[in-house]
Design a protein around this ligand. Structure first.
Ligand code: FES
Ligand code: FES
Length: 152
């Protein structure tokens, strides 16, 4: 039995320890916000925070996570009450097909917690591990900058 905290709630998982965290979140915990893009650690669509650090959940066997604190995109807000980053994506066109969006939001949240510089270079560096197949990078960067600078 693996015990972990997911979005502030205690959860336990009794299945195969090699199951990927992404699949445990989506299939066992019904948290389908995290997306599978490549499944190979290249695109960042599956990003979650593990003990505060952005990590590709498609690469992590859940068996390594005893006692870990996991935060998924669902922790950033709800459909009824969007978080600041989510609102900014909505208002600045930061999402197109939406596959990369959860990972972008999680990476942006990690950047916010590290001081959240709105300089373009810092934002690009913070989101460098996240790929957008729709190539909407300009609007994504603008969305994060708007959220972090307080203007939406
Ligand atoms: S799905 Fe995990 S990095 Fe692409
Ligand atoms: S919005 Fe489609 S992959 Fe980024």
């Amino acid at each position: 039995m693996i015990r972990l905290s997911v979005n502030g709630k205690r959860r336990s998982y009794a299945g195969h320890p090699f199951k990927r965290l992404l699949d445990v979140l989506r299939e066992d915990f019904r948290l389908t916000g995290s997306k599978e893009g490549c499944g190979e650690g290249e695109c960042g669509a599956c990003s979650v925070l593990i003990d505060g650090e952005p990590v590709n959940s498609c690469l992590i066997p859940v068996g390594q996570l005893e006692g870990a604190k996991i935060e998924t995109v669902e922790s950033l807000g709800t459909p009824e009450k969007l978080g600041r980053l989510q609102k900014a994506f909505l208002e600045h066109g930061g999402a197109q097909c939406g596959i990369c969006t959860p990972g972008m939001l999680v990476a942006a949240e990690a950047h916010r917690r590290c001081g959240g510089s709105t300089k373009r270079q810092a934002l690009c560096r913070a989101l460098a591990g996240n790929l957008c197949r729709c190539t909407g990078y300009k609007h994504i960067i603008e969305s994060v900058a708007a959220a972090l600078s307080g203007k939406r």
